[in-house]
Write a protein that binds this ligand. Structure first.
Ligand code: KIV
Ligand code: ZN
Length: 387
């Protein structure tokens, strides 16, 4: 058993729901939150209560509906936001307010039109105010990925002194390289005197396709919470994908990290989120894509039929998929064809297989994929010829 737990903070219902055109109904949000609870998520970010009355109600309903996970509400570093988040969370068994402000030069100068000193003060004041409502307060330093490390460390030290229990270091724009992001977390570990009093959280966006790699670099450097979404949904190119980071920690024991996620529920959770949001999952998506355990080239099929782990690093059962798929295309060989025939009840002799293979290739060249119906047709035709 790995020694250190990494907390899984799911933000599918907040950052994930910011996908254009993917608005969820309240009942759907509650349904997803219940599924996340069964999945074993530690923290559910249920929404941004000040953003709309609908979001406020959803956070409240989710807070009532789930028992084990912490329920979190987002706020800006503004009193009205924080108070509203506290109200929405009033029925949560374990409430958390997630408050914060931009800390990069770009955010301070252009978005907030402020100064580093004033932002530092607002950050501390926001955490103190949130602390007057709940014990568990998470602070986010928005655009931390592009924030100067020395200034970031100063802000993080001050918010921990003000009572922050978790400090979130978002790579808001998905800009960092893994080694850069890992070094940022390490810098905080080494230069924030009270860092042991809080948990460092990663929150990475996928603009350069590095969200998962950056989150893993973050936990390797000492972060112990990952913020992520099912199927990697989220603003622009999305957030870190929950299923990817969880399976990376599972498959690499030397990382010595574990999560409480029941991985066997990953596929069904992915389907639920995809269906409710009307957002299809790309077929080649790691872990949960339709092709994640499908083999179509003859060389791979031959290997997998002989022994699954020749071409699969994850047993599909581990993530709730009942078997690997041998897809028959013009690239498939005799081994795959015999295997698929066996699955539908035909044990072919070598001669029969050789003859059928020629017919099979004709059909495969004409079609993208040969299915069981085609196989039945081919064998019927072949046996008629021989009789
Ligand atoms: O990406 C980001 O910086 C965020 C914060 C609001 C946590 O989503
Ligand atoms: Zn985000």
């Amino acid at each position: 058993m790995a020694s250190d737990k990494v907390f899984i903070f799911d933000t599918s219902l907040r950052d994930g729901e910011q996908v254009p055109g993917c608005k969820l109904k309240r009942e759907e949000k509650v349904e997803i939150a219940r599924q996340l609870e069964i999945l074993g998520v530690d923290i559910i970010e249920a929404g941004f209560p000040i953003s709309s009355p609908g979001d406020f109600q959803s956070v409240m309903e989710i807070a009532k509906a789930v028992k084990s996970p912490t329920v979190c509400g987002l706020s800006r570093a503004i009193e009205k936001d924080i108070k509203t988040a506290a109200e929405a969370l009033q029925y949560a068994k374990r409430p958390r307010i997630h408050t914060g402000i931009g800390t990069s030069e770009s955010h301070i100068k252009y978005k907030l039109q402020s100064t580093q000193e004033k932002i530092y003060e607002r950050a501390v004041a926001a955490v103190k105010y949130a602390k007057s409502f709940v014990e568990d307060v998470e602070f986010y330093a928005e655009d931390a990925g592009r924030t100067d490390n020395v200034y970031l460390a100063k802000v993080i030290e001050a918010v921990i002194a003000a009572g922050a229990t978790v400090v979130n270091i978002p790579d808001t724009t998905g800009y960092c390289l893994p080694e850069e992001y890992g070094a940022k977390i390490q810098f905080l570990m080494e230069n924030v005197s009270n860092i042991h009093k809080a948990t460092i959280s990663t929150h990475c966006h996928n603009d350069l396709g590095l969200a998962t790699a950056n989150s893993i670099a973050g936990v390797q450097a000492g972060a112990r919470q990952i913020e992520c979404t099912i199927n990697g949904i989220g603003e622009r190119a999305g957030n870190t994908s929950l299923e990817e980071v969880v399976m990376i920690m599972n498959q690499h024991p030397y990382l010595d990290l574990y999560t409480d996620i029941n991985t066997k529920l990953l596929t069904e959770t992915s389907h639920l989120v995809s269906e409710r949001m009307g957002m299809p999952v790309q077929a080649n998506k790691a872990i949960v894509g339709a092709n994640a355990f499908a083999h179509s080239s003859g060389i791979h099929q031959d290997g997998v039929i002989k022994r699954r782990d020749t071409y699969e690093i994850i047993d599909p059962l581990e993530v709730g998929v009942d078997h690997s798929k041998i897809v028959l295309t013009a690239r498939s060989g005799r081994a795959a064809l015999a295997y698929r025939y066996k699955n539908i009840g035909f044990d072919l002799t070598k001669d029969e297989l050789d003859r059928i293979y020629i017919e099979f290739l004709k059909v495969a060249d004409a079609k993208k994929e040969v299915n069981d119906e085609d196989l039945n047709e081919i064998i019927k035709h072949e046996r008629k010829q021989v009789a």
